[in-house]
Design a protein around this ligand. Structure first.
Ligand SMILES: Nc1ncnc2c1ncn2[C@@H]1O[C@H](COP(=O)(O)OP(=O)(O)OP(=O)(O)O)[C@@H](O)[C@H]1O
Ligand SMILES: [Mg+2]
Length: 189
C-alpha cells in the first residue's frame, strides 16, 4: 500500500535537489529524529511525538519560528526546508549544523566553553535581544537548545510557544540568568 505524503509547507529546497526528489526522500525517511544524508546534503529531521494535533501545532510553530528568524539580521538558526507528514511520521527537515550543543560541550570539551564563555554569551544575549525586538521570543533557552558550530557561531534551536509574548520574553530572561550563573560556576569546578 502506498503511504500518503502530505506536504504542509515547503520553504525552500536544499541546493542540488528538486521538489520531486524531496518527495521521494521523504517517503524513505527513517522513523527517528536525527541527521539525514540526502544527495550529499547534511540535513536534520525533527520528528513530532506521536503525531497528534498538539504535536503538529507545536512543530509547525517551530518551523514557522525558524522561517521568521531566518529573515532577521543577526539571528542564526538552521534553515528549515519542508514540513510534512507521511503515515504516522510527521515533522520537518532543516539544515544540519555541524557542531555541538552547549550541554554536549560541557561533557566533551569544557575547556573550549570556558575559554570562549564571554563570546558565547554575547552571541546568545544579542540573539535573544533581537528576537524580543521582533516579537518572537525563543521560549526554551537551555544548554540543549543552543548549538555551537565548528566556527564558534551560536545557533538557537527548538523554540517553545508560550501563550503570550510577554511570558516568552520573561522565560528567556530568567533562563538566561540561570544559565549564566551555571556556566560561571563550571569555571571553578
Ligand atoms: N539543525 C540541527 N543540526 C544539528 N543538530 C541538531 C539540529 N537540531 C537538533 N539537533 C540535535 O538534536 C537534539 C534534539 O533536538 P531538539 O532540541 O530540537 O529536540 P527535542 O526533542 O526537544 O530534544 P531535547 O528534549 O533534547 O531538547 C539537539 O539537542 C541537538 O543535539
Ligand atoms: Mg531541545
Amino acid at each position: 500500500m502506498k503511504t500518503r505524503l502530505q506536504l504542509f509547507e515547503l520553504n525552500d529546497v536544499p541546493k542540488g535537489l528538486d521538489y520531486k526528489e524531496i518527495k521521494k526522500i521523504l517517503r524513505e525517511i527513517k522513523d527517528e529524529q536525527g541527521p539525514v544524508q540526502v544527495n550529499g546534503n547534511d540535513l536534520f529531521f525533527k520528528k513530532g511525538e506521536a503525531w497528534s494535533h498538539n504535536s503538529k501545532e507545536e512543530l509547525l510553530y517551530q518551523y514557522r519560528w525558524l522561517k521568521k528568524s531566518r529573515r532577521i539580521d543577526g539571528i542564526s538558526v538552521p534553515k528549515p526546508f519542508v514540513f510534512f507528514k507521511i503515515g504516522d511520521i510527521g515533522g520537518y527537515i532543516m539544515e544540519k549544523i555541524n557542531g555541538k550543543t552547549l550541554e554536549e560541550l560541557i561533557n566533551v570539551n569544557k575547556t573550549h566553553i570556558i575559554k570562549n564563555l564571554s563570546d558565547i554569551f554575547k552571541q546568545i544575549k544579542t540573539g535573544i535581544h533581537i528576537l524580543h525586538k521582533n516579537g518572537i521570543p525563543h521560549g526554551d533557552i537551555d544548554p540543549k537548545n543552543i548549538l555551537l558550530d565548528n566556527n564558534g557561531k551560536v545557533f538557537l534551536i527548538d523554540p517553545y510557544k508560550h501563550e503570550n509574548t510577554i511570558i516568552g520574553k520573561l522565560d528567556d530572561r530568567k533562563k538566561l540568568i540561570e544559565m549564566e550563573k551555571f556556566f560561571a560556576s563550571i569555571k571553578d569546578k
